[in-house]
Design a protein around this ligand. Structure first.
Ligand code: SF4
Length: 243
């Protein structure tokens, strides 16, 4: 019963959608058939795209060091980071929802908020395949003016969003890994819940929903040895510690 409650709590939006479906099926059966058709179309599209995206993000997570992502997209990457982000969004393919796991992975690896805004916005409104189609239908002049104005707006949005939203404002799963000021971090997404870290350093790790969570960034010199041991013994190799 507790598990069921927990699942419902963790999937509030899905439950809401299912309830809406039930409501529509009772009061508007014709619209229900239509909405089922639409949903099925998007589910099929997602089933074709998302496995590739998730595989790609997993490979990058496993193979690309955090330092590389921080250098390319982190808060100290400057203009270079903005340009990389712009190019990544521009040369992307696929619907915008495919960008979210990519951006989450980049955030987890140390990308800055402003660069994430640039990637998402560029991906959504000025990626190259879209510009080609736009130019075909509305003409190159229209496309070029819109591209210039939208590009200016995207960079401004990245700057403004970073002023208001900090990494620590993101959901807890992200904070633990993406905050550059954190010396201890872990990627909860890949935690297998073995509990080794909580046994080695119980004052710094605890389990929440069967995954480890960091309790504090305050680490004394005497505690560093146990944190290093947890880093070493974590079977998933997802704990990072930079004293
Ligand atoms: S040791 Fe690693 S995999 Fe195991 S619970 Fe801790 S963080 Fe998760």
């Amino acid at each position: 019963m507790t598990q069921l409650k927990e699942n419902l709590k963790n999937n509030k939006f899905l439950v809401l959608v299912l309830m809406a479906y039930v409501g529509v099926s009772i009061y508007m059966p014709d619209k229900f058939i239509h909405s089922l058709g639409n949903s099925w179309y998007y589910i099929k599209e997602m089933l074709m795209i998302m496995p590739v995206i998730l595989l790609l993000t997993s490979l990058i997570t496993a193979w690309v060091p955090r330092k590389t992502i921080e250098n390319a997209f982190g808060s100290n990457s400057g203009i270079k980071g903005s340009v990389f982000s712009f190019l990544l969004g521009s040369f992307s393919a696929g619907p915008i929802y495919a960008a979210f796991p990519v951006c989450k992975m980049l955030l987890n690896k140390g990308a800055s908020i402003s660069n994430i805004v640039i990637i998402l916005s560029t991906w959504a409104v000025i990626k190259i395949p879209m510009l080609i189609t736009e130019s075909k239908f509305l003409g190159p002049e229209f496309m070029a003016v819109r591209w210039i104005l939208t590009t200016i707006a995207i960079f401004m949005m990245g700057f403004i969003t970073a002023k208001f939203v900090k990494t620590k404002d993101l959901p807890a799963d992200d904070i633990e890994l993406s905050s550059p000021e954190n010396s201890l971090s872990l990627d909860r997404e890949y935690c297998i819940g073995c509990g080794v870290c909580t046994k080695i350093a119980p004052s710094h790790f605890h389990m929440v929903n069967k995954k480890a969570r960091i309790m504090t960034q305050v680490i004394t010199l005497a505690e560093q040895a146990s944190i290093n041991e947890a880093v070493e013994k974590c079977p998933a190799k997802i704990i990072r510690f930079h004293p």
